[in-house]
Design a protein around this ligand. Structure first.
Ligand SMILES: NC(=O)c1ccc[n+]([C@@H]2O[C@H](COP(=O)([O-])OP(=O)(O)OC[C@H]3O[C@@H](n4cnc5c(N)ncnc54)[C@H](OP(=O)(O)O)[C@@H]3O)[C@@H](O)[C@H]2O)c1
Length: 296
């Protein structure tokens, strides 16, 4: 139980499902306030202390604030700045104040740039300074970026200093490991948070339930099913165990649609970690980047 509690402390609950109707595996739509309350209460008792949200996740911040999340460590994300913005530093400060007010907290453990490519445009430095000032004033603990591709990192990290990088990582998608980024980030003292461990639930679905779009990767997904079967491991355990096995990863952001999903997750974790085989890795963005999937 103790080592499990330690493992649970590496888990961070992703809350996009609380704020909008989202996900190919989600059959029930936006999670209801009653279910959100059950999920958060369970997290409190299970030592899952970190919540990941974003201004861009619809009503997510508001529902978290309504529940009362002062006891959690909160990470939110700053959206893209509006094109006609005259005073970026003021906009950053007002946007963060808006998040704090919706979340009903006076301190944020982390704020990530949700569209870090904007840091490379002519106003990027002002954007960064805005968040940096809030960190210096003690309103924010850590600042960071949420990225999609290994290529996004090089230029940004050459120009700016961050405490956290959030990136996608799962059994099919090991690009940040293979390009050595996990090691490079660790060497720079940067915390690594990963998301998409279940690839929006695709890696947990029975083959017959996968949407037709994924037929193109039938061979790859069949190999995944065979590997699970050969190793007598459930998909949920395989996905979690694969990320937990990587000691460079500090936090694992995962999403759930129900308390049942969450209970399945916590009961699947033990201390026997197993890395997925390399033949399941792919660089094909059309399967590993859910933003490129057709909208349901
Ligand atoms: N037993 C089960 O069946 C079971 C158990 C657990 C979970 N699940 C399923 O797994 C899902 C969670 O999968 P996961 O943890 O691997 O997370 P995921 O859905 O792959 O990744 C979550 C990330 O996707 C991005 N995102 C948000 N809105 C989006 C949108 N509209 N389009 C594309 N991407 C968007 C967000 O990152 P950015 O904000 O950075 O874009 C978010 O943090 C749950 O919703 C549930 O359906 C099923």
């Amino acid at each position: 139980m103790n080592s499990n509690k330690q493992n649970f402390s590496r888990l961070a609950l992703g809350t996009v499902q609380f704020g909008m109707n989202y996900g190919i595996a989600n059959t029930k739509g936006q999670v209801s306030p009653e279910e959100i309350s059950k999920i958060l209460k369970f997290c409190e008792t299970a030592n899952i202390k970190t919540l990941d949200t974003a201004v861009g996740y619809g009503e997510s911040e508001k529902y978290l604030g309504n529940f009362g999340v002062q006891k959690f460590e909160i990470i939110t994300k700053l959206p893209a700045y509006p094109k006609n913005c005259k005073d970026l530093t003021k906009w950053v400060s007002e946007t963060i104040n808006g998040s704090m007010s919706r979340l009903n907290v006076s301190y944020l453990d982390g704020v990530l740039f949700h569209v870090p490519s904007q840091l490379l445009d002519e106003n990027g430095i002002l954007l960064y300074k805005g968040l940096r000032e809030l960190k210096n004033s003690g309103k924010i603990g850590k600042i960071g970026i949420s990225v999609y591709e290994p290529n996004d990192l090089e230029k940004i990290l050459n120009q700016y200093k961050f405490d956290i990088v959030q990136l996608p990582f799962n059994i099919l998608d090991r690009r940040f490991e293979q390009t050595n980024w996990l090691k490079k980030l660790k060497a720079q003292g940067i915390e690594i948070h990963v998301r998409s461990v279940f690839l929006q639930g695709l890696l947990l679905m029975k083959s017959e339930d996968r949407p037709k779009y994924f037929l193109k990767w039938n061979e790859l997904l069949k190999s995944y099913d065979f590997w699970l079967n050969d190793n007598k491991i459930s998909p949920i355990k395989a996905c979690l165990s694969h990320v937990l096995a990587n000691s460079e990863i500090d936090k694992i952001v995962f999403g759930v649609d129900s308390l049942l999903n969450l209970k399945e997750i916590t009961s699947s974790i033990d201390s026997n970690f197993q890395v997925g085989p390399e033949y399941l890795c792919t660089n094909d963005r059309e399967i590993i980047n859910p933003a490129l999937w057709p909208k349901p």
